[in-house]
Ligand binder design. Structure first.
Ligand code: A3P
Length: 294
């Protein structure tokens, strides 16, 4: 891999949504992707617990046989649909290599997903995380990921997040866009906070949604295998197989804190007030509610 070509990306709007400049020339092809009707789409705003959900879905699809999920890194077992980075296989290339049913990752807002997922009534799991923890996690990710735009200071990043000047745009539009479609398609809308509160209950919901009956033992195995501590130590889920020149885990580990409420050590009182005022304005009228502490 020629890592000298790795550069912080610039954001360019694609149909109004800011995406890394790298992705743009591939987006038409992404739109034409033909999903299999057994494929499972895992959609999230970045840093909402995508990897956690990918690992859970892969374990469920394998009936709780977690050894099968230890064969290769998560980004091979559950490719990132729209990924198109220099010197790396694209999401579409990786998807072509693995058989269905496969768990497919995307961060695209609802209006940009390939229509084949909807036409074929593929099962879709959307995982959302409260905006305050989400923005904190995103800030640290942009610090350590050399392919993401430079986050600037925490204060600067917070402003960018609130104006939608971050990869995939406004959090509020993303979570609401998917929420509004949940009755129209087979979409299971999950919350990071619920998963932290009772992972066993939430993994069971995922399994039921996917039509997989799991015994109590299999369920326990998946709960243990997908706990934060297990995933932090597991090279197949912690992204340690990606070179440090790309994901600089010395600056901030990919498996960083994994908790609800980490925002409290980042937001000042003034930032919190400003954030909440903006939040109320943008989320007014929505039935979507988040917990920012457990
Ligand atoms: P923090 O940065 O708050 O620690 P994504 O996979 O969408 O990029 O999300 C990454 C976030 O999910 C990180 O949050 C990471 O620590 C957290 N995460 C990953 N696996 C987890 C798990 N098994 N349990 C709880 N949180 C997890």
């Amino acid at each position: 891999m020629d890592l000298s070509v790795i550069r912080k990306s610039q954001l360019i709007p694609f149909r109004g949504v800011p995406l890394p400049n790298y992705f743009l020339k591939n987006m038409e092809k992404v739109g034409e992707f033909e999903a299999d009707k057994t494929d499972v789409l895992i959609a999230t705003y970045p840093k909402a617990g995508t990897t956690w959900m990918q690992e859970i879905v892969d374990c469920v699809l394998h009936g709780g046989d977690v050894r099968q999920c230890e064969q290769s890194p998560i980004h091979y077992r559950s490719p990132f649909l729209e990924a198109f980075f220099p010197e790396m296989p694209s999401g579409l290339e990786l998807l072509a290599e693995i058989p269905s049913p496969k768990p497919i990752k995307t961060h695209l807002p609802f209006q940009l997903i390939p229509t084949s997922f909807l036409q074929k009534q593929c099962k879709i799991i959307y995982c959302a995380r409260n905006a305050k923890d989400n923005v904190v996690s995103f800030f640290h990710f942009d610090r350590m990921n050399m392919l993401q735009p430079d986050p600037g200071t925490w204060e600067e990043f917070l402003q960018k997040f609130l104006t939608g000047n971050v990869t995939y745009g406004l959090w509020h539009d993303h979570v609401k866009g998917w929420w509004e479609q949940r009755g129209n398609f087979p979409i299971l809308y999950m919350f990071y906070e619920d998963m932290k509160e009772d992972p066993r209950r939430e993994i069971k919901r995922v399994a039921e949604f996917l039509g997989k009956e799991l015994g109590s033992k299999e369920l326990d195995t998946i709960v243990a295998h997908t706990s934060f501590n297990a995933m932090k130590l597991n090279p197949m889920t912690n992204y340690s197989t990606i070179p440090l020149d790309v994901l600089d885990q010395r600056t901030s580990p990919f498996m960083r804190k994994g908790i609800v409420g980490n925002w409290k050590t980042h937001f000042t009182v003034a930032q919190n007030q400003m954030f909440e005022e903006d939040y109320c304005r943008r989320m007014v009228g929505s039935t979507l509610h988040f917990r920012t502490e457990l």
